[in-house]
Design a protein around this ligand. Sequence first.
Ligand code: NAP
Ligand code: ZN
Length: 348
Amino acid sequence: MEVAGWAAMNESGKVEPFILKRRENGVDDVTIKVQYCGMCHTDLHFMKNDWGITMYPVVPGHEVTGVVTEVGTNVSGFKVGDRVGVGCIVEACLDCDLCHRSEENYCDKLVLTYNGILSDGSVTYGGYSETLVVHSKFVARIPDSLPLDAAAPLLCAGITVFSPMKQHGMLQSGGSLGVVGLGGLGHIAVKFGKAFGLRVTVISTSPAKEKEARESLKADDFIVSTDQKQMQAKTRSLDYIIDTVPAKHSLGPLLDLLKVKGVLVLVAAPDQPIELPSFPLIFGRRTVSGSISGSMKVTQEMLDLCGEHNITCDIELVSTDGINEALARLARNDVRYRFVIDIGGDSN
Ligand code: NAP
Ligand code: ZN
């Protein structure tokens, strides 16, 4: 079928209207009328070919919410009219040890929601489009209590921070968490941290974000990362750090903030290698870990938890005419804290 969407044709960082082809709904598939799609910094990395792997035209978008319009005959978990979401992944082998252990986000046959190549040879196009056709395994249910617009970024930003928080024991109260970079991923990490009873410190390059971080996001502390005095005053104060900074930086000053045996989880994906000096690592017996998105099982767990505790993202809704302006603002760190595209046009 032909579907209207928005694609980047080159490295300009802009999209333009684009008609794409999607497969017809197969027996295992769910077809979704896209209502909302969040704008992740990963969209910019791919559009600008930061990692040298972009296949133009690229239709970004992996924070999708919408309504089911068709289900295949093998699909039992969804019906027409259901409120659903799709995140970063749309295919895995479903047959390896990792897939059997519900860790399909580490399957080596993983296919990303856009700029991926499916097993049938076709290129994936993401949620900056009016319709998605996805294997039902990679579709999540959105709890009724969550609005589809403010829930959309949970499908990437939310699960990307929730998954390592669960892995490293941050769902229990009492620990202290540092969140580096108060953007899309960072702001939801702060919200999760507070919901789980952690002491949350924001580590930011933007002093202007302090008031809102403390008052609205309820952060307990705020450190300006470029201020060496402030950084030194907090040496060995944190159990965990989640690093979301999408640009080249050194982990050294961040590792110094961790207690002995503390854990830094890197979820950001800068185009340049980050610096990892050995002294803060070895003298503090610290760990640096990485994490990509999350499994569908943990994604559903996170969404249900957000539904129960009313956790949503702080968003700026933009119309499809405003995508390029929003992308430019995202590139210059001017968003509080996630742009979401109103693809369905409900608010227009
Ligand atoms: P974002 O909304 O742009 O936020 C990034 C934040 O980093 C900014 O708000 C800013 O916070 C801080 N920052 C510091 N230096 C910066 C610089 N030179 N340029 C831009 N921001 C800077 O980005 P996001 O959507 O949260 O994504 C963050 C990173 O995570 C990206 O690299 C993205 O590709 C990656 N990601 C990874 C996964 C995964 O599965 N591992 C999933 C999603 C995204 P302050 O103003 O507070 O300093
Ligand atoms: Zn993302």
